[in-house]
Design a protein around this ligand. Sequence first.
Ligand SMILES: N[C@@H](CCC(=O)N[C@@H](CS)C(=O)NCC(=O)O)C(=O)O
Length: 200
Amino acid sequence: MNLFYSPGACSLGPHIIVREARLENVALVKVSFGKERLTEDGRNFYDINPQGAVPALELDDGHVLTEAQVLLQFLAAQKPEAKLAPAEGLARWRLLETLNFIATELHKGTSPLFRTPTPDAAEAVKANLVNRYKLLEQKLGDKDYLLGDFSIADAYAYVVLNWAHKFKVPVPTKLESYFARVHSRPAVRQALQVEGLPTA
Ligand SMILES: N[C@@H](CCC(=O)N[C@@H](CS)C(=O)NCC(=O)O)C(=O)O
């Protein structure tokens, strides 16, 4: 399988899970986001994902899956014994709820900041994110990870909190400790290193 990524983008979430689950059969393929969108193996990325967005996962039979929260679940399902996604009971629904919250409120809530908004627009986006981080903090509560044990939701939350640092959006203290906890996981550091991002 090929996982298409751009360094530090939301594709970092699925990439972390590739390493947490030790999926040896997933190759990382970088996409350049210039005028043209080319993959490092020389293809037009729009032919792979017409949306032009990472992440995308090309399966061995040629099918392509997209949408970060779907890839996270698909990758976790390749190695159920790694227990990266609760499959039963309320925990399963809590996982889906959390993934959807991260995707729609935090991921898409941050996206405008990548498009160099006016200062006023940026302030409004950041004010909304500050409120959303408080909600994430409430979901975390006193647990080490969002669902108790480390899961795909933490890989996704890590990426959006990393963006908070990039755009200097204040993050509650408890979420900073949580971020540091996820950051210190060997799989996370490996993923950062492979993407050429700082690990310190
Ligand atoms: N709906 C997609 C959106 C993915 C997305 O926003 N990807 C960003 C990087 S974090 C991207 O590739 N943006 C470039 C673009 O859309 O042109 C998902 O949830 O995976």
